[in-house]
Design a protein around this ligand. Structure first.
Ligand SMILES: Nc1ncnc2c1ncn2[C@@H]1O[C@H](COP(=O)(O)OP(=O)(O)OP(=O)(O)O)[C@@H](O)[C@H]1O
Length: 573
């Protein structure tokens, strides 16, 4: 039995306490199929989220099988399934792969055979065996809803919460989904609560909850609802609701509640589910569901991310274009940087004017070489910053809903971060090392080349980590992209590599500019001649390579910490 006792959820609105749910009390027997209906905005989704624990209740209590969910133990992730309004599957995967990934993230299977059997059973139960190989992107609306249900059934939840899983479907698909939910509620003593706008197929529900402005107006058998509201047709319920304030509906419901809910409990006792009949209410017969560990979840996420990446043609083309195009672009400037700076002859010219001309020519040649080498390094650094931002800006923000849903199902934020870290590290290494080695063919880096490579890798890694942090903290993918692009845009002007910044300004901005630390560190890795040539053309002070590596590491760590903080923060729509 699921019991809601005076459950309320309030928000602060214009500085005042405002109830979205007000003292909702319900008794829902096991193996029960309940519909929540009510006018738009009456609090149906809010109630579902409060039961799920996504909205913390302001007052009142929730009990499941006698245990207080707030005081004692909350639902284990495997005990509860929540099918939200949005799709939780990736378009690039097939039905089979989506359900398998959901299973691997939520439960620990002893053997592959055990997992396969579970997947086959769920696909058969939800009528998707025939379309198991089909990509999610070609599924119909009804098939997508079935997939959403299948992905929740992997842990055999005792409580399944469905938010408008029939909305927008044609009448036939809607009927099929309601029948499917009805059948699922008859298995494993499962309680299914379904928010719906539709008043069709009410006969399939065990009970109907009518909400009005966050308050219960009715909870009883669907057959009794027209009598209760004194209307001829269910379609007339909403107009009837608007005829008196919700507080009045609530107080009259409180007078009738016991009578109706006793009836529901008596009905459920008369119609035990097949499992309840076989096993009685003995919970000790239930198989133990264990959550997968950190490494198992990380491996599942990583293999799913790689699969999605390789199936996304747009992503592959963009990555190839960046990886090939950017180093090519840098190499176009290599002839100037390869020029040797002229040296002064050991002997002085006899003529003072000739000597002066020689010195001026040497100086000009040195400035040219210095600025070409500085430019080529900064060009590499800025383009790698751009790649880093492209790598990570949308990585979390674009799949935030799915991530929240998976976190709700028991996914650890640390596994999620680690999988992103591993995936992005491969991109960073390929992009940065290719940039370094390819440009080296055309422009010889005279100095410590390994150190130069390290700075290219570090600046890309730092920018990727910071943009991952932005992606994880941002409200949405558009905001994350915009902030990341601004961050890259500021790198070149604030690095001081092109124009020295005003003295008072420089110490304020420098710590935040990854491009400066990578440029300065790479310049410090050059041989003495080129280092001096660059020093001669720039007014910006250069830092030692150790300091530069340290600062880039700080950027990396801050980015990752921000990403983890953002991931741990609940961000439901
Ligand atoms: N966290 C929140 N903060 C502020 N307002 C909220 C919050 N959650 C919900 N609301 C508001 O509470 C009201 C009820 O929202 P809810 O989504 O529960 O309604 P609903 O009955 O499911 O609506 P619909 O049928 O249109 O989906 C709406 O006016 C919504 O804007």
């Amino acid at each position: 039995m699921l019991q809601l006792d005076n459950l309320s959820f309030h928000i602060a609105k214009d500085g005042e306490d405002f109830p979205l749910l007000d003292e909702v009390s319900l008794d829902i027997p096991t193996g029960h199929f309940m519909a929540i209906v009510g006018p738009s905005g009456c609090g149906k989704t809010t109630l579902l989220k409060t039961i799920a624990g996504i909205n913390p209740e302001t007052s009142g209590s929730l009990r499941y099988q006698g245990r207080d969910l707030a005081e004692e133990a909350d639902f284990e992730p495997h005990e509860i399934g929540y099918v939200p309004q949005f799709s939780v599957a990736y378009d690039e995967l097939t039905v089979d792969e989506s359900v398998e990934a959901a299973a691997r993230l939520r439960i620990k299977s002893r053997t592959t055979t055990e997992l396969d059997e579970r997947l086959d059973r769920i696909l058969a139960e939800t009528g998707m065996t025939e379309i198991a190989d089909r990509p999610v992107k070609v599924l119909s609306g009804g098939q997508k809803r079935r997939l959403g249900l299948a992905m929740e059934l992997v842990s055999s939840p005792k409580l399944l919460l469905c938010d408008e899983v029939t909305s927008g479907l044609d009448p036939r698909s809607e009927r099929e989904i309601v029948h499917l939910l009805h059948d699922l509620s008859r298995k494993e003593d499962r309680i299914i609560i379904s928010v719906t706008h539709s008043l069709a197929h009410l006969e399939l529900y065990d009970s109907l909850l009518v909400l009005h402005e966050g308050r219960v107006a009715y909870h009883g058998p669907p057959s009794g609802v027209t009598h209760y509201f004194s209307v001829k047709d269910t379609e007339e319920i909403y107009p009837a609701l608007s005829q008196q304030p919700s507080a009045k509906w609530q107080s009259s419901w409180n007078k009738h509640r016991k009578h109706y809910e006793d009836k529901l409990i008596a009905n459920s006792a008369n119609n035990p589910t097949p499992q309840a009949e076989e096993a009685g209410e003995d919970e000790s017969t239930e198989p133990q569901v264990r959550a997968p560990g950190f490494f198992a979840q990380t491996a599942t996420l990583l293999s799913r991310r790689a699969r999605i990446f390789f199936r996304d043609k747009g992503q592959i083309i963009l990555q190839l274009a960046l990886i090939i195009g950017f180093p090519l672009l840098v190499s176009l400037f290599s002839p100037k940087a390869n020029e040797q700076s002229q040296k002064l002859s050991d002997s002085m010219a006899d003529n003072k004017i000739v000597e002066l001309i020689n010195r001026t020519e040497v100086r000009e040649s040195r400035l040219k070489v210095g600025s070409a080498n500085s430019g080529i390094i900064m060009f590499q650094v800025v383009l790698l910053c751009l790649m880093g931002s492209n790598n990570a800006a949308r990585e979390v923000a674009s799949e935030r809903n799915i991530f929240e849903k998976e976190k709700f199902g028991g996914l650890s934020s640390l596994s999620y971060l680690t999988s992103k870290l591993l995936f992005l590290s491969v991109l960073v290494l390929v992009q940065s090392l290719w940039m370094g080695f390819f440009v080296e063919i055309f422009w010889k880096f005279t100095g410590n080349f390994a150190s130069h490579l390290a700075f290219l890798v570090m600046v890309n890694a730092a920018m990727t980590a910071v943009c991952l942090g932005i992606s994880s903290l941002a409200k949405n993918a558009e905001q994350a992209s915009l902030l990341s692009i601004y961050l890259v845009g500021f790198q070149l002007p604030l690095s001081g590599a092109v124009l020295a910044l005003p003295e008072a300004f420089e110490p304020l901005t420098r710590p935040f500019i990854a491009a400066y630390w990578a440029w300065s560190g790479a310049v410090d890795s050059l041989d003495e001649e080129k280092f001096n040539a660059i020093k001669a053309v720039t007014e910006t002070s250069l830092s030692q390579s150790d300091t530069c590596i340290f600062m880039l590491l700080v950027h990396l760590v801050i980015g990752l910490a921000a990403a983890l903080i953002g991931m741990q923060k609940p961000r439901w729509d």
